[in-house]
Design a protein around this ligand. Structure first.
Ligand SMILES: *Cc1c(COP(=O)(O)O)cnc(C)c1O
Length: 381
């Protein structure tokens, strides 16, 4: 992942439309453009855009490639992971019956309750419960944000009118982790499918599929660095039911030809990626940042493991306002206001912490971030 493999084209685009340069240390963050695609992915997208293709063929090839890579029975591509969640819920509620597919989100006579642990009702830019409602489902929260014990989950799953279980595997989930495998087993005991939203966790797919979930949903544009697309991965019957909704509410959630071509290229690259080397590169970037920022006044910096179990570290920058001359919130705001703008994770600013994810950041950009922080600290001038 170079800073841009087409620096001239990227600069020209920025100049033409007056766009700011952005260094994204905030992770696979949608408002920041999520990820940087490789030249091979870019070329596949460009080839797709300039000609006609039989979309069903592209969808079949992409589904087969994703399923083989993931080690799952089947897969399909949707517009994005949020679309995948809505369509998976639609499949659980209405199956693949064409009349029911055409009627959604009207659900008269169908099971509509979608159970999810209360701590999994995340907001990733909008509430995940809205993905349920878009398919005509009604969210039914089990337990509390502090705890969702198996008996609470079982109780909710066994209420009449329940369609499925939805679980969210994400750093955004609240409370003590729910045992996903156990929860899936409870859904199966209650006679219904289990769906896992693992949008930003493609690198943990084997673990998510090992829970025996019927469908796992992933964003192709996050760590896989494809164009925006949702991967629906799992059991063949359920993937087929999801695809049936392409003739229903899925019309507004379809993958584009360029996304399908980009997914094919990105999956091909991931399959030939030397994962150990990639992990070592990510660790080296974190070390480089830590070493670079170590001597700055009022700044404590360390690498920490990814809290959601992804195979790369993050960097935590602890700001001591008394010594640094400004607090974490002011530092993050100043980084954002500069040119290039620098975005970091802001969820722990109140604790005096800037958190940086460096997967989408080049070594040059790491140097630029450290330099900017140094400039912004009144005491280091
Ligand atoms: C990003 C994300 C989504 C949405 O993915 P899109 O592909 O942007 O629709 C859903 N759930 C979680 C947990 C996410 O992180």
């Amino acid at each position: 992942m170079k800073s841009s493999d087409q620096p001239d084209a990227a600069d020209a685009l920025r100049r033409s439309y007056g766009l700011k340069r952005l260094i994204n240390a905030a992770g696979s963050f949608t408002p920041a453009g999520v990820s940087r695609s490789s030249p091979a992915v870019r070329d596949a997208v460009s080839a797709a855009l300039s000609d006609f293709y039989i979309i069903e063929e592209l969808q079949q090839r992409a589904g087969a490639a994703v399923a083989e890579w993931a080690g799952a029975e089947a897969a399909a591509v949707t517009h994005c992971a949020a679309a995948g969640i809505t369509l998976a819920i639609a499949a659980a509620i209405a199956g693949a019956d064409p009349r029911r597919v055409a009627a959604l989100p009207d659900t008269v006579g169908l099971p509509v309750r979608v159970v999810l642990p209360a701590g999994h009702a995340v907001n990733y830019g909008h509430p995940v419960t809205q993905d349920i409602r878009l398919a005509g489902g009604i969210p039914a929260l089990a337990g509390t944000e502090e705890a969702c014990p198996p008996d609470q989950l079982a109780k909710e799953l066994n209420r009449p009118g329940t369609a499925c279980l939805l679980l969210v595997s994400s750093r955004l989930a609240k409370g003590p982790p729910v045992d996903l495998g156990r929860a899936v087993a409870l859904a199966h005991e209650a006679g219904m499918p289990a769906i896992i939203d693992g949008a930003a966790q493609d690198m943990r797919l084997p673990e998510l599929l090992a829970t025996d979930a019927d469908l796992v949903l992933v964003s192709a544009q996050k760590y896989l660095a494809a164009p925006t697309a949702g991967l629906v991965i799992g059991k063949a019957g359920w993937v087929k039911a999801v695809r049936a909704h392409e003739a229903g509410i899925g019309r507004a959630m379809k993958p584009s030809k360029e996304a399908l071509a980009g997914v094919l290229a990105a999956v091909g690259e991931r399959r030939s990626l030397d994962m150990n080397r990639w992990k070592a590169d990510q660790a080296a970037k974190a070390s480089r940042f830590v070493e670079g920022a170590a001597g700055l006044p009022g700044i404590g910096v360390r690498a920490i493991p990814d809290p959601a179990g992804m195979p790369f570290p993050r960097v935590e920058v602890k700001v001591d306002p008394a010594t640094a001359g400004l607090d974490a919130t002011a530092l993050a705001a100043a980084l954002k206001a500069g040119d290039p703008a620098i975005w970091v994770m802001e969820h722990q600013l109140a604790e005096g912490l800037l958190v940086l994810e460096l997967v989408g950041v080049t070594t040059q950009e790491i140097a630029a971030i450290v330099e900017r922080i140094a400039e912004l600290l009144p005491r280091s001038r």
